[in-house]
Design a protein around this ligand. Structure first.
Ligand code: SAM
Length: 287
């Protein structure tokens, strides 16, 4: 079945009485070049189990299933289940989990379904929840090799920004803490049905599986990073005193120890400074 043929897609959707939900970020890929590229560049290969987030009608799922040993796909919209039963009928290595990915036990899926396989994540992410999903995948400490996802162009720019630059955000720090990130290719808005208002890009995060900080320090680090960036126009001392109840004096001392002035904002600290600052601050507040 050709799931990038507009006539075929319209026919399946109308036979199942399906209408697109904007709230669930349902923009399905109809450009035939995109899904094979995501699958090939995203580790969908022999020896791999792939987790997909958001199947739509299964256009990417099918390309993943052709290449990987197994695909476990999480889709929140139960109206798509009968559609997928038809579109993915020929594959016996696909399992659909009708769940919200933010509440789903991915660790259990990997343990029970991908025994003896490496794990990769591939998806055309629902745009309303891109950063929370990526952050959840990074912070979950799951044994994932890579996360290859389509995101809005602006989100890709933030993800691939330099830590310590104005374009960076909490997510930039997250990807750089857990791995490395790069943009693979750009995708125009005309590649989707319905067509969104913005262009997209596919990015890949390669996870190194190492943790530079012990678990408790890592949690504190991300609380600092998220608090700092949620009030990024403020100084770090103002943001952390209002959101974490840490005294400004303590923040000043930790900033001084990484060579930054009292007036520093979070986006001015590079990766090494952020890690050192958070470690010093945790030690100071726990004294
Ligand atoms: N992979 C398909 C494609 O490329 O054509 C669909 C991508 S569409 C941008 C995003 C998909 O994610 C939709 O099918 C939507 O129903 C699903 N979705 C939205 N929120 C979700 C959530 N919280 N958990 C799981 N799936 C979700």
């Amino acid at each position: 079945m050709n799931l990038t043929n507009i006539g075929t897609v319209k026919d399946i959707l109308s036979r199942h009485g399906f209408s697109f939900s904007k709230g669930l970020g349902q923009n399905f890929i109809i450009n035939p070049d995109i899904c094979p590229k995501i699958a090939e560049m995203g580790n969908a290969a022999e020896g791999y189990g792939v987790i997909e987030i958001g199947t739509g009608i299964g256009v990417l799922t099918a390309e993943l299933a052709k290449r990987a040993d197994k695909v476990c796909a999480v889709e929140i919209d139960s109206r798509l289940l009968p559609v997928l039963a038809e579109t993915l009928e020929e594959f016996d290595n696909v399992k659909i989990f009708n769940e919200d990915v933010m509440k789903c036990d991915l660790s259990k899926i990997i343990r029970e379904e991908f025994s003896g396989l490496r794990t990769a994540v591939c998806a055309n992410l629902p745009y309303y929840i891109t950063s929370p999903i990526i952050m959840m995948l990074l912070e979950s400490r799951l044994p994932i090799d890579s996360i290859t996802v389509m995101v809005q162009k602006e989100a890709a720019q933030r993800l691939c920004a330099k830590v310590g630059s104005r374009e960076s955000g909490a997510i930039t720090v997250g990807v750089n803490y857990y791995g490395t990130v790069k943009t693979l290719f750009q995708v125009s808005r005309g590649s989707f049905m319905p067509s969104p208002n913005v262009d997209s890009a596919v990015i890949r995060i390669d996870l190194h599986g190492e943790h530079r900080l012990p678990e408790e320090d890592e949690k504190f680090f991300f609380r600092v990073v998220k608090s700092g960036f949620s009030q990024r126009r403020k100084t770090i001392s103002n943001a952390l005193s209002s959101l974490m109840g840490i005294s400004k004096e303590d923040v000043y001392t930790a900033l001084e120890n990484v060579g930054m002035p009292k007036t520093a904002r979070i986006e001015q600290l590079d990766m090494e400074q952020l890690i050192k600052f958070s470690t010093e601050l945790k030690a100071i507040v726990e004294k």
